[in-house]
Structure formats: structure tokens, C-alpha cells
Design a protein around this ligand. Structure first.
Ligand SMILES: Nc1ncnc2c1ncn2[C@@H]1O[C@H](COP(=O)(O)OP(=O)(O)OP(=O)(O)O)[C@@H](O)[C@H]1O
Ligand SMILES: [Mg+2]
Length: 266
């Protein structure tokens, strides 16, 4: 179980671009949190700080109390898996099976543990029959699934998914929901960077909005939407429908249905 604590963290790229001004944040273990905000707000940069690909140029990132700047990046990456926004930048091995095995093997797992982790991650993403395919033969959908499988196979306590909902078809959406349900069952912490407010409303207990390198809003999605559309975000359809039906503040379809049942007291 890993608590994520970000204390006054800022980040400047070597060319002088200030991507994060000051971020203070605590994410307790086992939560599902959405990270939203306009393009260029610093979402991907924050993800890279949490996963140890970058260290803050100001302030600190603590994972279970340990400063990420003081331990090897590989140790941070073992705790916080990060699925890249662009899978082509992530995937490099010559077969899918090798790609998915790389992470757990690198963590020093035994070969039978690696086999088991690979089998289960491929199965979760319906890639078993494609195990020997070369990543360059894959469709965009398959490539994204490989990127996700290769992080799932590390079984890290924290996972960051960078825009997993962008241009998904129905089957991929279902697969993503199934993977998230599995992660919740094993009490992983999930941080999802997304512009899809319907997804946030249904799946996330908390929502952060990053704007201009700072946290502009933080709370349960219903409260964040109620505070105003902020950051140009379109409130989710269920939330708008609930308001029109005089049941304001409801974010999830099942909760709205429940509130509309005769005798529900509303
Ligand atoms: N490698 C880099 N070198 C210099 N500047 C960068 C680099 N990567 C990102 N930036 C800049 O840092 C700022 C934050 O970028 P970041 O990618 O973190 O935003 P984002 O919220 O993920 O945006 P998007 O929604 O477009 O993915 C932007 O101004 C971006 O141009
Ligand atoms: Mg990004």
C-alpha cells in the first residue's frame, strides 16, 4: 500500500518551459482518481514525476514516505506503473509476449512468475492469440492494449493511465472497465488522465483539475462539476440529466436510476 504525497513540486524542462508551478497533493492507497485539465496543463509531466521518469526541479514527491529523488528511478517505476499517452513511445520489444515480460523480468521475478504475469495480462486484454506478433504489425487498438498489458504485468501497487479513453471503440472501452475493476479488486491505486467526463463520473471517486501547472480543483466529481465547468470541461451527461430531473449532484447512472425509483425518498 503506497501513499502518494506531492509537496510543493514544480518542474521545469531543460529548455526552460515551466510545466508545473507548484503542486501539493496527497493520494491515499487504493483510490481511483481522475486527473483532468486543458492541453498543456502539466498532466503528463505530473505523471512522469510520480513514476520517477522525472524528478521535480522544486519540492518533492514521496511514495510511502520515500523521496523519489533519493532512490533509483527503477525502484520508483516498480511502485508506480505508467501507461504512456502515446503507446508507440512505450513499446519496443520484438514480440508482444516479450514486451509484456520485460517489466516483471526486470523486477527480478522468477521465470514462472513472469510467465504467469504475462499470461494473465495478455488474457485480460484479449491478446493471448497475438502473443508472438511483432508490435509493428498491430492496429492502434492492439498497440494500446499491449502498452497497458506491459504495465499490468508488473503488478505495481499504483498505476497511471495517460488518456486511456481517447478514441476507444466499444470493445476497448469494455476491456478498460474490466481492467480497472480487476485493479480495484487487488486494491491498487489508479490515476487516470482523461478528458472524458462521463468516464470520470462513473469510475472515479475523486477528480483533480490541473490548470497552468497548478491544482485548480480537487474533490468528488459531483462537487467539482457543481463548482462550475472550470477548465472548459463539459459536465457529464448523467450529472446534467440529474440536475434537469431535480436530483442535482448525481454522477453515476445507477445512482440516478435508484433516486428515481418510487419510494426512494427523493
Ligand atoms: N520534453 C519537453 N520539453 C519541453 N517542454 C515540454 C516537454 N514536454 C512537455 N513540455 C511542455 O510542458 C507543458 C506541460 O506539458 P504536458 O505534456 O505535461 O501537458 P498535458 O497536460 O499532459 O497536455 P496534453 O493534454 O496535451 O497531453 C506544456 O507547455 C508542454 O509544451
Ligand atoms: Mg499529456
Amino acid at each position: 500500500m503506497i501513499e502518494i504525497r506531492v509537496e510543493g513540486a514544480g518542474f521545469e524542462y531543460p529548455d526552460g518551459t515551466c510545466a508545473l508551478k507548484r503542486v501539493d497533493l496527497v493520494i491515499p492507497p487504493s483510490s481511483t482518481v481522475a486527473l483532468a485539465g486543458p492541453n498543456g496543463a502539466g498532466k503528463t509531466t505530473l505523471a512522469r514525476l510520480l513514476n520517477g521518469l522525472l524528478v521535480p526541479t522544486r519540492g518533492r514527491v514521496l511514495l510511502a514516505g520515500t523521496d523519489t529523488a533519493k532512490v533509483p528511478a527503477s525502484r520508483v517505476a516498480a511502485q508506480v506503473g505508467y501507461v504512456f499517452q502515446n503507446p508507440r513511445r512505450q513499446v519496443f520489444a520484438s514480440t508482444i509476449a516479450e514486451e509484456v515480460a520485460f517489466g516483471p523480468r526486470n523486477l527480478g521475478r522468477t521465470e514462472s512468475e513472469v510467465d504467469q504475469a504475462v499470461r494473465s495480462a495478455l488474457e485480460d486484454l484479449d491478446l493471448t492469440l497475438r502473443a508472438e506478433a511483432h508490435p509493428y504489425e498491430l492496429s492502434q487498438s492492439e498497440l494500446r492494449r499491449v502498452a497497458l498489458a506491459s504495465v499490468l504485468s508488473m503488478q505495481s501497487p499504483v498505476l497511471i493511465l495517460d488518456e486511456p479513453t481517447a478514441s476507444l471503440d466499444g470493445a476497448d472501452h469494455e476491456r478498460l472497465l474490466r481492467v480497472l475493476a480487476g485493479l480495484r479488486r487487488r486494491k491498487a491505486t489508479i490515476l487516470v488522465i482523461t478528458h472524458d467526463m462521463d468516464f470520470v463520473a462513473e469510475e472515479c471517486e475523486r477528480m483533480l483539475i490541473l490548470r497552468d501547472g497548478r491544482v485548480a480543483a480537487d474533490g468528488p466529481p459531483g462537487e467539482v462539476f457543481a463548482a462550475g465547468p472550470g477548465a472548459g470541461l463539459e459536465p457529464p451527461s448523467i450529472w446534467r440529466m440529474s440536475r434537469a430531473l431535480d436530483r442535482p449532484g448525481i454522477c453515476r447512472g445507477a445512482d440516478l436510476l435508484e433516486s428515481l425509483r418510487p419510494g426512494s425518498g427523493a
